[in-house]
Ligand binder design. Sequence first.
Ligand code: NAD
Length: 310
Amino acid sequence: MKKVKVGFIGLGNMGQPMAKNLLAAGYDVHVVAHRHRGPADQLAVLGATIAETPKQAAVDAAFVVTMLPDLPEVEQVVGGENGIIAGSSPGLVLINMSTVSPSGIQKLAETVANFGIQICDAPVSGGPVRAAEGTLTIMAGAKAKVFEHSRSILETLGENIFYTGDTGSGQVAKLCNNMLSATLMAISSEVLTLGVKSGVDAELLRNIILKSSGANFQLENWMPNNVLIDQYQAGFSLKLMYKDVGLAQTLGREQRVPLFIGNLVHELYGQFMNSELRDADFSVISTFYQDAANVTIANGDPRRKSDEEF
Ligand code: NAD
């Protein structure tokens, strides 16, 4: 039987392992290299075809998946001479899994509908580890028929699949989640810094909180891979988290919902946007507290030895 062709665009921390899972599930995956050919070459070894342009990836494809930073990148690969529209046939479904503006993706869905393309807008939560396991949480907003048509792809990539209703509604859920996620990272960093500076071991404090009323996802699952070893290699970059909280702020203004804590958290992350740390994992926000308190959460050591002279 002929394999279903799926174009895949955006081979970063999330897209690379997701494309790998589609290959393993037997799809005919066509990927597009961007900046570095490494991720596309690695997928080619596993059976992917490298398309030179989004247009080529869309020719005869049943689906094109986008896992790009934000809406401008999605719009760029959709339009133009070498874009998805140029290569598509009517009936193509564009599964956008990037986190973008809810109203922006609605507008894009209206535009591409003029070319016979339907959008299944399906942002995800879970990070690169769950992307690799195929256990992402997926919140899909689309016409019900388009969602059902896309179900087999979504079930290959995720474990918890939620249908949220109209196009853009999945993004609303995603932005609510990420504003909370950014906040939990900041406040968990704040309390770990306080505890360690006051003489309690970080791992002991973490274990106590995980069995108490302050338990949360970041403390349990994310921080052991970064804050607790004082290394911040990107799993989810700070600049993308800053973008997501910014999108939530815009939504709050559109809906006239005051976001006191969300706004504060956005400013907190914003401090790093003019430094190379914006490309580090978003847990690098903990270094704001660690540097201010001159204590390293991972081991209790001072950050700057010379402070002892003050
Ligand atoms: P990333 O920066 O690691 O990857 C983005 C990829 O898109 C890069 O490989 C980049 O080269 C590629 N790209 C950019 N412009 C392109 C273009 N014009 N054509 C082709 N490729 C292009 O980002 P990520 O962490 O994989 O996140 C992708 C999306 O998923 C974002 O919207 C993010 O908010 C969301 N997300 C990320 C995570 C996470 O934990 N990393 C979790 C959930 C959702």
